[in-house]
Design a protein around this ligand. Sequence first.
Ligand code: FE2
Length: 566
Amino acid sequence: MSSLALGPLLRHVNGDSATIWVETTHAATVTVVAGDHRASARTFAAHDHHYALVELFGLTPGTHTPYTVLVDDEVVWPEPDSPYPPSVIPTLDHKPLRMAFGSCRVSVPHDESGTEAFGVDALRSYALHMATDDREKWPDLVLFLGDQVYADETSDEMREFIAARRSLDEPPGEELKDYEEYSHLYKIAWCEPANRWLLSTLPSAMIFDDHDIRDDWNTSWSWRREMEATSWWHDRIVGGLASYWVYQHLGNLSPDDRADDVLWQRIRDHEGPDELDITDAVDELADNADQKPDCYRWSFSRDFGTQARLIVVDSRAARLLKPEERSILDPAEMEWLDGLMTGGFDHIIIGTSLPFLMAPGLHHAEAFSEGLSNGAWGKIGARVGERLRRTVDLEHWPAFQQGFLQVADMTLQVASGARGTAPHTVLFLSGDVHHSYVASAWPDPAVTDVTIQGRIMQAVCSPIRNPLPKPMVRVMRAGTRKSVGRLVRRLAKSAKVPVSPLGWAVDRGPWVDNNLAILELQEDGGLSMRWVAGDIEGRATDDPVLKVVAEVGVPVNPRGQERPPA
Ligand SMILES: [Fe+2]
C-alpha cells in the first residue's frame, strides 16, 4: 500500500490555482481536496522514487482553505494528532505582497550539539512562530535563495545513509554520489515536523546555489575541467540537477509555464496502464542543461498584478566559463532577463542566489581577481588570480564583470523610466554569503548622466542555518570598510577592470545571525524588511521564540537615490 514518503509541499499559488508536490512510497494516484475543490494526479517515477504534482484550479482569491491529501483514497495528510494547525491553501488577492526569503540552511538536529555547531534554525523558529500566529500575518510565499541542501558538506545522518550503500573511502567519499543520495538528502532537509508543516502551508519558490551541487559550482573553466576529470562528477551533476528538477524546479513554475515544459507535458499527458518512468529523460535533461546551459532555463518569473514582478535568476548553471566567452548568464538567459526588466510595476524584485551588489571592498576584490585571471598582470598574475578566486570564493557577480555591467545598465534603464513607468524600487534579493545586509545604489555621475526615479537596492538574507566561521567574519567586516573599498578599487583599476555606472554602499548590517527575512510591500509604494532569528535564551535548544534582528523601512522616494554626501 502506498503512503507519503515526503511532503506535501505547497508550491506555486496565485489567486485561483495551487500546486502541491508529494513523494509517495509506491506508484499511486494522489488526490488533494480543498473545500469544494478536488484534483488528482498519478505518480511518475524517477530512479525508483514516486512523485506527484497536483494542480488545483478555480479557487477563490484571498481565501485560506484547509486541504487534505489522499494517496489511493487513503487520507495521509494532515497527520493524525499533528500539533500544528491545518495546512491551508492561501490564495492571493490584491493585498500588498508579503514574502519571506533566505538561503543557506544545513539540516542537522535541533539538540544541543546541532545547535552548538550551527546555531538555531531560523526557518524552524519561524515555523513555530507561524503556528501560533494569526494567519492574516503569514507571508504569501517564501523564496529560498540557494543552498537548500548541502551535497558536499554532509551531516552524520547523511553519512550513515551513504555508508550503508557504498564505501566512504571511495570517491566522492562523504559527498553525494547520485540521485538516490540526493533523494535522501531532500528527505532529511524537509521532514523535520515544524519545517514540514511550514512547507505544507506556505507557498514556496526556490533556486539553487553552489552547495546544492558543490562548493564553488562553476567558478571557472579550470574548476570545471578539474571536476570533469574525476570519476564521480558526471553522476553527481546529473543526479543533482535531475533531482533539482523533480524536488525544486517543477513546483516553481506557474501552471502555464509548466505547460510549456516538454518533460512535464509527457508526465501530464501519460495515459498508459503503468506509471510513467522519467529516469532516462530527466537524466538526459540534467546532462544537457549542464553541458549546454542555453538548452534549458532554470530561471523563472511571475507577476503579482502590477505591484511587483519577481524574476528569479539562475546565476550558477547558466554560466559560460571558457575564458573567451566567460559570462555569468549565457546569451539566451541574459536576453530573457533583459525582456523582463521593464517598467509598469511598483517594484521589480530580482532573486539571485549571489548578491548583485556586494560590499564595495569584496566587489572590487572579485573584479580584481577576474582581471588578474584574464592576464592583466601576465601569466603569473593569471595563475595567482585563478588560485585566489577559488581559495576565497571570488565567484559572484563582480567576478563576471561583463554580466554585471549588462545588468547594471538594464537596472539603470528601468529605474530611469526608459523602459516604461519607473518602479518605486528595483530590489535585488540574495543569499550565499553567510551575512545579511542592505545596500543602496545610485547612478555614478562620473560615469553616466542617467538619473533615476525611486530606488535601487540590494537585500541579503544568509544564512538560515549555517553561520560564518569567526575568522571569515573578520574578513567580511573588513570588506565593508570604506577605506578597504577604496584601496581594492585602485587594485582593480590596475587590472583593467571596467568602471561601473552604479555606485553603492552598504547602509544597514552586516548581521551574522541565522536569519529569515520578511519583505512587506506597502499600499503607498514603500516597503519594509525585517530579519528574524530564533532565540533560545533560557529555553531548550529545540524550543526557540522569534526575535527581531533588524528592521528596515524604505519609504517611497520619488526624487531618486542620489550619491550620498561624502
Ligand atoms: Fe552558496
